[in-house]
Write a protein that binds this ligand. Structure first.
Ligand SMILES: Cc1cc2nc3c(=O)[nH]c(=O)nc-3n(C[C@H](O)[C@H](O)[C@H](O)COP(=O)(O)O)c2cc1C
Length: 168
């Protein structure tokens, strides 16, 4: 049997980068209470009843083990004013929370970015294998929204959103 057709890594990146994505920061606390977080665009709504979302996390990230261990996470959706925070949480800094405006989540006390467009807290409902990533399914425990415009990532760069949203 011949191998099924596949695509090269650079083709994969160009392909997936063509899908414009909102930027989030996924956070958790490890078993010692230390905060962890990383920038993630692989976030999606999943289910209304029960309320579920998912986020895909590279197993090689430092945040992966704390996410598995804690069984809880928070997702902060960034505004177009938070590009620096996106770059900050995409870095490998040892303490990403120093000097960053965060508050403890109301249910889990996991740090959320206080000036985010929206944030939610989740309990991990399932973890599925996703190649070199794991798919964390979160049951949403709390929801908070603010005014603002989203930070968009598209084709390897941050992009503008000029249209106005309908009222929510
Ligand atoms: C715009 C953007 C989107 C990203 N999306 C994801 C993602 O969805 N999942 C993921 O595992 N890493 C994603 N990353 C990479 C992580 O943020 C990066 O590997 C980070 O350094 C991991 O931090 P940690 O090792 O301290 O956990 C993204 C990076 C950027 C800049």
């Amino acid at each position: 049997m011949s191998e099924p057709p596949s695509i090269a890594a650079d083709q994969f990146k160009a392909l997936m980068g063509s899908f414009a994505a909102g930027v989030t920061v996924v956070t958790t606390r490890d078993l010692h209470g230390n905060p962890w977080g990383l920038t993630a665009t692989a976030f999606s709504s999943l289910s209304l009843d029960p309320p579920l979302c998912l986020v895909c996390i590279d197993r090689r990230t430092a945040s992966h083990r704390p996410l598995v261990d804690s069984g809880r996470f928070a997702v902060s959706m960034l505004t177009d004013q938070q590009q620096d925070l996106s770059n900050h949480f995409a870095s490998k800094l040892s303490d990403k929370f120093a000097g960053v405006p965060w508050i403890p989540g109301t249910v889990t006390a996991i740090p959320v970015l206080s000036e985010a467009l929206a944030w939610m807290e989740c309990s991990v409902a399932a973890i599925h294998d996703g190649g070199d990533h794991d798919i964390f399914v979160g049951r949403i425990l709390s929801a908070h929204l603010r005014d603002g415009k989203p930070l968009i990532y598209w084709r390897g760069a941050y992009a503008d959103l000029t249209s106005r949203p309908k009222a929510w």
